[in-house]
Ligand binder design. Sequence first.
Ligand SMILES: N[C@@H](CCC(=O)N[C@@H](CS)C(=O)NCC(=O)O)C(=O)O
Length: 311
Amino acid sequence: MHELILHHYPTSPFAEKARLMLGFKQLSWRSVMIPPVMPKPDLTALTGGYRKTPVLQIGADIYCDTALIARRLEAEKATPALFPEGQEFNVGLLSQWADSVLFQHVVALVFQPESMALRFAKVPPEFAKAFAADRSALFSGGSATRLPLEQAKHQWPALMGALQYQLRREQGDFLFGEPSHADFSVAHCLWFLRGTPVTSPLVDDYPEVAAWLARVLGFGHGSLSEMSSEQAIAVAREATPAALPDEAFVDPNGFAAGQAVSIAAVDYGVDPVRGELLHAGRDELILRREDERAGIVHVHFPRLGFRIEAR
Ligand SMILES: N[C@@H](CCC(=O)N[C@@H](CS)C(=O)NCC(=O)O)C(=O)O
């Protein structure tokens, strides 16, 4: 059995979502620190070009995007469930809304000048400059657009009001009563806002939401120990990728198993990953690639939000 290895950095909200899901399931994992900006040569040796944070590695299998990481953690340890029975559709929809719509609002709010001045108060000015250039490159070529700050501020009461209303009505302490992937998808966005006193009132002014957030953050991060990025690459090189899922290959656009393709996110961070398409299941795509440092790896992507192109 291979260890769970999370490639991440402390201030990443999507990484916080993954860390909290690991904590919720009380899993043990290895923590590999990655740079918050490009280049990330040790990460892309594993992913083949995907640069977003976080990435989960299990031996020679590399999982991109927290929507897929959530499913992989569920397969690793079924209980407590991230997708409670009967709530799978609601949980999936709310998570998708949080990771796109809610997150887009949060990015506009966090990146406002007063909040960034505090966030970057202790970093060298060169880093702040490199960070701004990196994030503008991150958004180039994708479908995601930046929400203007005024619009994000204007819409915020409607988003938080809806959350507050849902929490008041639900029997239980979480968005759908019992905890689910949806709680972690909303929580990481609000955790990000808590980063400075400029944006924290956007959460703390809503008492039911703040109390719920404390419960979600209370799951913690599970038990972790550090690993270097070189060690993680060695783990991949020495491992054999897991057997493919026992599920029909479905591709409505006519891509076939074994075809040379590239797979990329659609919204932002659209760097393509090239390889051989091994699997196209209902929710997951798997690409085989060979890397001179990491050896043969299988890179896994969610179907939703990613596209396949012929090479
Ligand atoms: N849909 C992705 C979004 C991940 C994402 O946007 N992560 C941010 C950090 S929170 C990122 O990659 N920023 C650029 C970087 O870390 O290089 C997921 O669910 O994992």
